[in-house]
Design a protein around this ligand. Structure first.
Ligand code: MSP
Length: 639
C-alpha cells in the first residue's frame, strides 16, 4: 500500500474576493501536493471556503442578501479561480456543507463528553472583522482592534468554553518533541513564547447571532451557534468524513497544513488542542508563510492596492507567476509584489537560464547528431558534473520538504548553471571540429540529462512547462521517472529530440497598469534571508522627533512605568507612558530632551493613554535614552 499524504490550505472567508495572498497560500499547497504525488504518495489535497460567522452574516445583510446566497456566490469565485489556476485539489469543502456540520457537531459532543467543554459567561471586546475577542490591554485607543484597527464591540453573553488551559503543557511537549511540527523555526519560537505566557480557556459558542453551526441536539441548547474558528478548523477532518463516512480518515494526520502567519496561532495552538481532546494525532507540519504587501503596505480594498492574481497570471503567464511567488520570498518572510521583480525573474531565471538551455540542446543536437541523443559516454566524460548536480537536487528536496521554496528553486537553478557553464567551458562545437565527437555528444547528453532531472523536480511548480521539456526529450514526468532519474540516478535512454517552440518570451516593459502605478520603482524591497530590508521611503514613514520633557511622574502600582508629558512642537503636550522607571528618576528627566516616534497609533498601557514611544538603547549594563547631542527645538525631525 502506498504511503499517504494530506495537504491543506486554510479555508477562505467568503467576505472578500480572492487576491494574491490567497493565491500564494494555495499555490504553495498545490506545489506540495504535486510533489507528494510525484514521490508516489497517495495524496489528498484539500481547499475550500469558510462561510459562517458574524462577519459573513453582516456582509450579506449589507448587500440585501441571505448569507447562504451570498456565500454561494463568493465561494464560487474561489473555486472558479482555483480551476482556472489548475489547482489540483481533491476536495473543495464549504463549511455550509451538511456533512461538515454533522462532523462539527460530532466533534463538539465528543469534546463535551470528555469534559473539555463547560458552560460559563463571557464578557469582552469582540472584533467582528477578525472574529476574535481581545482583552482591555490588547486594544488600541480603548476600543480599536489591535489587528485591523476597526472598532470592537463589548459582547457579554453566555458561552461554552473549551478548556484550552488544560493543554498548555501538552502543547509545549509537542513543540519540544517534534522539531518540525511548526515551520519555519522562527515562527515556532513565537508560538512557544505565546503558550508559555499562559493559555486561557476559549469561548467557543455565540448567542448574539445565528449564522453558524448549531450545537449537537443532545445538548438541548438552541440559543448557541459555534464559534466560527472551531467550526472552520474542524474542516480539516470533516473533509475526510469525520462524523460521517470515515473511510478517508486514513489520510489523517495531515502532512502539511499551509497557513499565513496571521492565523498561525489558531493552527498551532487551538487546533492541536482540539485534536488532542478528540484523541486524534497531530499534524506533521503546520507551516506559516509571510504576507505579500504592495509598496510595503498591507493590501486593502479601501487603499485600492490589492493585486489581482488572475490579472497578473493572464498578463505574465500562470506558471511564471507561480515560479516568481515561490522563488522571490524566503518562506515565512513578507514579500513585496512588484512587476519589475517578476519581469526580472522571467527574463533572467526562466528565459535565459531555463528556456535557453533547452534551445541550445535542441540546436546542438540538431547540428551534430540529427536530434539524436545518446547518454552512452556521459559518465566517462562528465561524472564530476553529474555528482555535483545530484548534490544540488538532494538539497533542493530537503528544502522543499521544509517548505523553503526559494532555497529549493535556488538549488535547482544551481544545477542549471552547471549545465549552462558546461556548454561554455567544454565548447562542443570546437570538439566536433577537432574530431572529438564522443566528447561533444557526451556534453550535449549530459546537459540534456541535467535539464531532464531539473524538470522532474520543477514539475510541482511548473507542471505544463516541464511537461513540454519532457515531451521534447521523449519521456514522461511521473513517479516512475522520479524513481528512475532522481532516486536511482539513471541516465536517459538514447532518444530523438523533438523541436519545440521557445518556452518563454522576454518581457520588455510592464504589462499591467493596474495593479501597478509602478510603485516598485519608488520602493524596491529586496528580501534577505534573515531581515527584510526597507527602502528609504519606508524608513521615512516613521516620524522621529525631538521632544522636551515637561513633566514626569511615576505610574502608581507599576514597577516599570513613568508617565511623561512632552512637547514635540505641537499645540498641546503629548502624554507618553515609558518603561524606564528602573533606570531613570522621574524628576531627573524634566527639562531634558528625548527622541520619540511621533506617528504611532495611540495605545493604552495600564489604562493610560500613550501617544508615542521614546527611543532608548539597552544592553547588559542598563538602558540609556537616545538624545540630541546639543539642544534642538522641540518637534525637530530626526532622520
Ligand atoms: N477563514 C480563515 C481561515 C480558516 S482556516 C481553518 C481566514 N481566511 S482568509 O481568507 O482571511 O485568509 C486565508 C489565508 O490567506 C490566510 O492564510 C492568510 O494568511 C492568507 N492571506 C490573506 N492575505 C494575505 C496577504 N496579503 N499575503 C499573504 N497571505 C495572506 O483567515
Amino acid at each position: 500500500m502506498s504511503k499517504k499524504a494530506y495537504i491543506t490550505t486554510p479555508i477562505y472567508y467568503v467576505n472578500d474576493v480572492p487576491h494574491i495572498g490567497h493565491a500564494y497560500t494555495t499555490i504553495i499547497a498545490d506545489t506540495m501536493a504535486r510533489y507528494y504525488r510525484l514521490k508516489g504518495f497517495d495524496t489528498f489535497f484539500l481547499t475550500g471556503t469558510d462561510e459562517h460567522g458574524q462577519k459573513i452574516e453582516e456582509a450579506a445583510k449589507s448587500r440585501g442578501r441571505t448569507p447562504q446566497d451570498y456565500a454561494n456566490e463568493v465561494s464560487g469565485k474561489f473555486r472558479t479561480l482555483w480551476d482556472q489556476f489548475d489547482i489540483s485539489y481533491d476536495k473543495f469543502i464549504r463549511t455550509t456543507d451538511s456533512e461538515h456540520k454533522i462532523g462539527v457537531q460530532k466533534a463538539f459532543k465528543t469534546m463535551f463528553d470528555s469534559g473539555d467543554i463547560y458552560k460559563g459567561e463571557y464578557e469582552g471586546h469582540y472584533c467582528v472583522s477578525c472574529e476574535t475577542f481581545f482583552t482591555d490591554t490588547q486594544l488600541i485607543d480603548e476600543n480599536l482592534c489591535p489587528d485591523c484597527g476597526k472598532e470592537t464591540r463589548i459582547v457579554k453573553e453566555e458561552s461554552y468554553f473549551f478548556k484550552l488551559s488544560n493543554y498548555q503543557e501538552k502543547l509545549l511537549k509537542w513543540y519540544e518533541d517534534d522539531e518540525k511540527c511548526v515551520l519555519p523555526k522562527g515562527k515556532k519560537s513565537e508560538v512557544i513564547s505565546f503558550v508559555k505566557q499562559g493559555l486561557r480557556d476559549l469561548s467557543i459558542t455565540r448567542t448574539s447571532f445565528d449564522w453558524g453551526v448549531k450545537l449537537p441536539k443532545e445538548l438541548n441548547d438552541n440559543k448557541h451557534v459555534m464559534y466560527v474558528w472551531l467550526d472552520a478548523l474542524l474542516n480539516y477532518i470533516t473533509a475526510l468524513g469525520y462524523g460521517n463516512d470515515e473511510k478517508n480518515m486514513s489520510y489523517w494526520p495531515a502532512t502539511v497544513q499551509l497557513v499565513g502567519k496571521d492565523i498561525l496561532r489558531f493552527h498551532a495552538i487551538y487546533w492541536p488542542a482540539f485534536l488532542m481532546s478528540l484523541n486524534l494525532p497531530l499534524p506533521k507540519h503546520v507551516a506559516a508563510h509571510g504576507w505579500w504587501t504592495r509598496n510595503g503596505e498591507k493590501m486593502s480594498k479601501s487603499k485600492g492596492n490589492v493585486v489581482d492574481p488572475k490579472e497578473v497570471a493572464d498578463a505574465y503567464g500562470l506558471e511564471n507567476f507561480r515560479y516568481f511567488m515561490l522563488r522571490e520570498v524566503p518562506f515565512g518572510q513578507d514579500g513585496d509584489f512588484s512587476q519589475k521583480a517578476l519581469i526580472d525573474r522571467i527574463n533572467s531565471d526562466l528565459s535565459n537560464e531555463l528556456g535557453n538551455l533547452l534551445n541550445r540542446i535542441i540546436g546542438m543536437s540538431g547540428k551534430y547528431s540529427d536530434f539524436k541523443i545518446t547518454s552512452i559516454n556521459v559518465l566517462d566524460f562528465h561524472k564530476k558534473e553529474l555528482v555535483s548536480v545530484m548534490e544540488h537536487l538532494k538539497m533542493a528536496e530537503i528544502n522543499l520538504n521544509e517548505l523553503q521554496t526559494n532555497r529549493y528553486l535556488e538549488e535547482l537553478w544551481k544545477a542549471l548553471t552547471i549545465a549552462n557553464q558546461s556548454i561554455t567551458v567544454y565548447e562542443p562545437w570546437v570538439k566536433m571540429k577537432n574530431g572529438e565527437n564522443d566528447f561533444a555528444f557526451a556534453t550535449v547528453a549530459m546537459v540534456a540529462n541535467i535539464l531532464a532531472r531539473v524538470s522532474i523536480l520543477l514539475h510541482p511548480v511548473m507542471p505544463k512547462t516541464t511537461t513540454k521539456i519532457a515531451k521534447a526529450f521523449n519521456f514522461e514526468i511521473s513517479n516512475k521517472s522520479y524513481i528512475d532519474y532522481i532516486k536511482s540516478e539513471n541516465l536517459l535512454k538514447d532518444f530523438v529530440i523533438e523541436k519545440v517552440p521557445p518556452l518563454f518570451q522576454k518581457i520588455e516593459a510592464e504589462l499591467l497598469t493596474s495593479p501597478a502605478p509602478s510603485v516598485e520603482t519608488k520602493t524596491e524591497v529586496k528580501i534577505k534571508e534573515q531581515d527584510s530590508l526597507i527602502s528609504i521611503d519606508q524608513f521615512f514613514e516613521t516620524k522621529l522627533k525631538i521632544a522636551t520633557v515637561l513633566e514626569a511622574v511615576e505610574v502608581p502600582k507599576s514597577k516599570k512605568l513613568l508617565k511623561l508629558q512632552i512637547d514635540i512642537g505641537e499645540e498641546k503636550p503629548r502624554q507618553i507612558i515609558a518603561g524606564i522607571k528602573e533606570y531613570y528618576d522621574a524628576q531627573d528627566l524634566v527639562g531634558t530632551q528625548i527622541c520619540v516616534v511621533a506617528n504611532l497609533k495611540p495605545a493604552k498601557i495600564m489604562g493610560l493613554r500613550s501617544e508615542g514611544m521614546l527611543l532608548a538603547a539597552k544592553d547588559e549594563n542598563g538602558l540609556a535614552l537616545i538624545r540630541p547631542e546639543t539642544k534642538k527645538q522641540s518637534g525637530s525631525s530626526v532622520g
